[in-house]
Design a protein around this ligand. Structure first.
Ligand SMILES: Cc1cc2nc3c(=O)[nH]c(=O)nc-3n(C[C@H](O)[C@H](O)[C@H](O)COP(=O)(O)OP(=O)(O)OC[C@H]3O[C@@H](n4cnc5c(N)ncnc54)[C@H](O)[C@@H]3O)c2cc1C
Length: 364
C-alpha cells in the first residue's frame, strides 16, 4: 500500500462500471483509496461486452503510427493471458493475401514483424507465412481465386463479460464498494457527486463513463478541451465455429474485419459508423448487409440474413482526431480539473494500464 500524504485523496468516486471504470476502481483501491463505484445499470453491460473479444495490440493501428498504444496493448495482452488463463487464450489468426488486395504482402510482413518486435519478451508465437495450398488444406471453404497465401499471427481471445466480472471480483476484494442501478446526475470539480435522491462529497472523482463521460460533463456544466467521437461497431453471429480465426480486408475501403470462433459460434465484425450519444446503439440494416457482403467475398458457403442468430453493437468512445473513422486515434487521454479526472477513450485490452494511470494521477 502506498504511503499517503496530506493531499492524497482518501475517498474516490468512480463513475462507470465498464472495464475502464472497474480497472480504475481496482487500481485506486490497491493504492489505499476508499473507492465507491457508481454504475447506472449493471456492470459490464455496455461497450465492454460488445467488443470483438480480442486482447490485442491492434496490428492495424501500426498503419496510423500508434506505436505507443500498440506497445502498451501488446504488453497488457500478455498480462491478461498470464493472469486469467481460464477466461482468455492465445489464438492463431489467419490473414489471407490476395493478388491485387488493398495491402501488398511486403507491407503486411513489415507490420507483423514490427508487431512481434514491439511485444518483445512478452511475445506470443511469432508470425509465419503459409502458402496457398497450406491455407486451402486448412480451410477448403476459403475462396481460392487470386489467393497467394496468408500470414498466421497471434493475439488473444477473451470472454469480455466474464473477464470484466473477474476484475469486478478483484476490485471488491481490494475493498471497492460497487453500487449498481445508481445513475450519477452531476459531478463537480469540487468532488460532489449527485445522484437522484442523494449527494456525497469525495476527495476525488474519476469520470470513466466511457461514451457517456462527455455527456456527464456537459450535464454538470463543466467545459472541456477534449471531445469524444462516438463510433458504433456492430457484429453478426452465425451458428457453428469457423475453421480458424481470420483477419480479412475489405477491398472497397481497406478496412479490416474479423471472423472469429466464439463459444461455438462465428462472430463477424466490425463496422465503424458515427452516431450521436442519444441514438439507439444497435446494428443497422446497412451494417448487417456490409458484414454479410464482406463475409461472402471470402467464403464459398454463402451466408444470408437467415443464418444470423444474433447481432450486437457498441459505441467506441474515441478522441476526436480525424474525419475518417478508420483513422481516428485509439489512444486515451486523462484530463484533470480540480478534484475531477475525466478519461477519454481507452481500449479493452489496455484497461488495466489505464487504471494504473488513473491511480498514479489521483494518488501521487
Ligand atoms: C464494436 C467494438 C469492438 C471492440 N473490440 C475491441 C477488442 O476486440 N479489443 C479491445 O481491446 N477493445 C475493443 N473495443 C474497445 C473497447 O470495447 C472499449 O473501448 C471499452 O470497452 C470501453 O470501456 P469503458 O469502460 O470506457 O466504457 P463502457 O463499457 O461503455 O462503460 C461505461 C459505463 O458507464 C456507465 N455510465 C454511463 N453514464 C453513467 C452515469 N451517469 N452514472 C453511472 N454510470 C454511468 C454505463 O452504463 C457503462 O456501464 C471495441 C469497441 C467496440 C465498440
Amino acid at each position: 500500500m502506498a504511503t499517503q500524504t496530506a493531499s492524497t485523496p482518501q475517498s474516490v468516486a468512480v463513475i462507470g462500471g465498464g472495464i475502464n471504470g472497474l480497472c480504475s476502481a481496482w487500481q485506486l483501491a490497491l493504492r489505499g483509496a476508499r473507492v465507491t463505484l457508481y454504475e447506472r445499470g449493471e456492470l459490464m453491460r455496455e461497450t465492454s461486452c460488445s467488443s470483438s473479444k480480442m486482447l490485442h495490440g491492434g496490428v492495424r493501428y501500426l498503419e496510423n503510427f500508434e506505436i505507443r498504444l500498440v506497445y502498451e496493448a501488446l504488453h497488457e495482452r500478455a498480462w491478461w493471458l498470464r493472469h486469467c488463463p481460464q477466461l482468455c487464450h492465445e489464438m492463431r489468426v489467419i490473414m489471407p493475401v490476395y493478388k491485387g488486395g488493398p495491402r501488398p504482402k511486403w507491407m503486411l510482413q513489415i507490420g507483423l514483424k514490427l508487431y512481434d518486435l514491439l511485444a518483445g519478451k512478452q511475445n506470443l508465437t511469432p508470425h509465419q507465412w503459409l502458402d496457398r495450398d497450406q491455407l486451402l488444406t486448412r480451410d477448403p471453404d476459403l475462396k481460392p481465386d487470386r489467393l497467394q497465401g496468408g500470414f498466421c499471427y497471434s493475439d488473444g481471445l477473451m470472454d469480455d463479460y466474464k473477464l470484466g466480472m473477474w476484475v469486478a471480483g478483484q476490485a471488491r476484494e481490494a475493498g471497492v464498494e460497487i453500487i449498481e442501478r445508481a445513475a450519477v446526475q452531476t459531478i463537480g470539480t469540487d468532488g460532489l457527486v449527485t445522484l437522484e435522491h442523494d449527494s456525497r462529497r469525495f476527495d476525488a472523482i474519476a469520470n470513466v463513463a466511457g461514451p457517456w463521460s462527455e455527456q456527464l460533463l456537459k450535464r454538470s456544466g463543466i467545459s472541456s478541451k477534449m471531445h469524444l467521437d462516438l463510433i458504433r461497431g456492430s457484429h453478426i453471429l452465425f451458428d457453428g465455429e469457423p475453421s480458424q480465426p481470420y483477419l480479412l480486408q475489405s477491398e472497397k475501403d481497406g478496412r479490416v474485419f474479423f471472423v472469429l470462433p466464439y463459444h461455438g459460434k462465428t462472430l463477424v465484425g466490425t463496422t465503424e459508423q458515427r452516431q450521436a450519444i442519444d441514438e439507439e446503439i444497435r446494428a443497422s440494416d446497412e451494417e448487417i448487409d456490409y458484414l454479410l457482403y464482406q463475409y461472402n467475398r471470402y467464403f464459398n458457403v454463402r451466408r444470408t440474413r437467415e443464418h444470423i442468430i444474433a447481432t450486437s453493437a457498441g459505441l467506441r468512445p474515441l478522441i476526436k482526431s480525424a474525419a475518417n473513422p478508420r483513422k481516428v486515434s485509439r489512444e486515451y487521454v486523462l484530463e484533470s480539473q480540480g478534484r475531477l479526472l475525466t478519461v477519454y477513450g481507452g481500449k479493452w485490452t489496455t484497461a488495466r494500464a489505464l487504471g494504473i494511470k488513473v491511480a498514479d494521477r489521483l494518488m501521487d
